[in-house]
Write a protein that binds this ligand. Structure first.
Ligand code: SF4
Ligand code: SF4
Length: 344
């Protein structure tokens, strides 16, 4: 018998319909004690984003958990960027507007890192890269997770899936900053024409002028948004180094989140867009929907989704190598890049 982990797969026609059967067949419920709280980790989508996950997926997970006498709670954290998701109150309001309110999902909503993302706890890791992970404070009480990740492109890491959903999605702001710390851009003074577009755009007011040339200061979170607004292409990042650093740190944060927790991971490879759901614009999918991948093994789940999307996403981000994340996750003991696909 193969020792490779199973990744369940279902086509894209009914993503919500795949949730209950995959959880049942995986043996996840045998790992969870009855009446316990289970965190459903989902991204609600930035204001203006229309390709985030369908709330019906969260509802399906709530129903599946309720059959086993478990308490679902939908969990998220505040975002680094300026906007309504930056505070808990704004984030909750937007979540309800996007259809993730309790009436639809059958579960309460919780933002785990305080009103401003300031509430964290330290999870020590035996790692030079991330000695201590700064996780969202409320995660302490949640020992079981259903990881509902939207699989799509990402301009720093090549793709975003189950690892990113836990690592970025369940860290406090200090943790998010730490993961982004090497992706800060710089301005090429010879190209800058002092138009001020980057200054107006920057969500954390990190850009000012120094002798008529835009200058990026220490408040920069490395979100990368200013690169897109500069008409002169004067703002640049050493993407290879930045991408590798973010990917490796996300793996460490994911390791911190999963330590001592039972989890099941879903990659919903539908509405696959160029950028992640933090993008505040409506985006067109860059390829046809693939379907739903689900596994107890986060690395296998990630690898399976990447295997079916690599050709399209590599064409968009030819300089990024998401293999860094997959290799690092396997080396860290999070799971296996080899897997056995089982179709529902
Ligand atoms: S948007 Fe570009 S050209 Fe305009 S101020 Fe910023 S760096 Fe300079
Ligand atoms: S990457 Fe650019 S837009 Fe983002 S925080 Fe830094 S300076 Fe501001």
């Amino acid at each position: 018998m193969s020792a490779e982990p199973v990744v369940f797969f279902a086509g894209p026609e009914d993503p919500a319909g795949a949730v209950g059967p995959m959880l049942e067949r995986s043996g996840f419920f045998g790992r969870v004690r009855r009446r316990k709280t289970v965190g459903l980790k989902v991204h609600f989508g930035e204001e203006g984003n229309t390709t985030h996950l369908d709330p019906a997926i969260v509802r399906a997970a709530s129903i599946a958990l309720s059959f086993h006498d478990l308490q679902p709670v939908v969990i998220e954290t505040t975002a680094l960027y300026r906007g309504r998701r930056q505070t808990a109150a704004g984030h909750l309001e937007l979540a309800r507007e996007h259809g993730f309110g309790p009436a639809r999902t059958l579960a309460p909503l919780l933002i785990l890192d305080g009103e401003e993302g300031e509430r964290s706890y330290d999870e020590p890791l035996n790692s030079e890269l991330v000695p201590v992970a700064r996780l969202a404070h409320g995660l302490r009480r949640i020992r079981h997770l259903v990881n509902l990740a939207h699989f799509k492109g990402h301009f720093v890491t090549g793709f975003g899936g189950v690892v990113k959903n836990l690592a970025m999605g369940l860290s406090a702001k200090a943790g998010k900053l730490e993961m982004h710390s090497n992706s800060k851009p710089a301005v090429d003074a010879d190209r800058c024409v002092s138009c001020g577009k980057c200054v107006d755009y920057c969500p954390v007011a990190a850009i000012g002028f120094d002798r008529y040339v835009a200058h990026i200061g220490p408040k920069c979170t490395g979100c990368g948004g200013c690169l897109a607004v500069c008409p002169q292409e004067a703002i640049r990042v050493k993407w290879n180094a930045a991408s590798e650093s973010v990917q490796r740190k996300m793996v460490e944060y994911c390791r911190a989140v999963l330590r001592g927790r039972a989890a099941f991971h879903f990659n919903f490879a539908v509405n696959i867009t160029r950028n992640c759901d933090c993008d505040n614009h409506a985006q067109e999918p860059v390829m046809p929907d693939v379907g739903v991948f689900g596994s107890l093994d986060p690395v296998a789940c990630e690898q399976a989704a990447w295997d079916r999307t690599e050709a399209n996403l590599k064409a968009i981000y030819p300089k990024l190598d998401p293999g860094v994340l997959l290799d690092a996750a396997e080396a860290a003991g999070l799971g296996s890049r080899r897997y056995r696909l089982e179709e529902l």
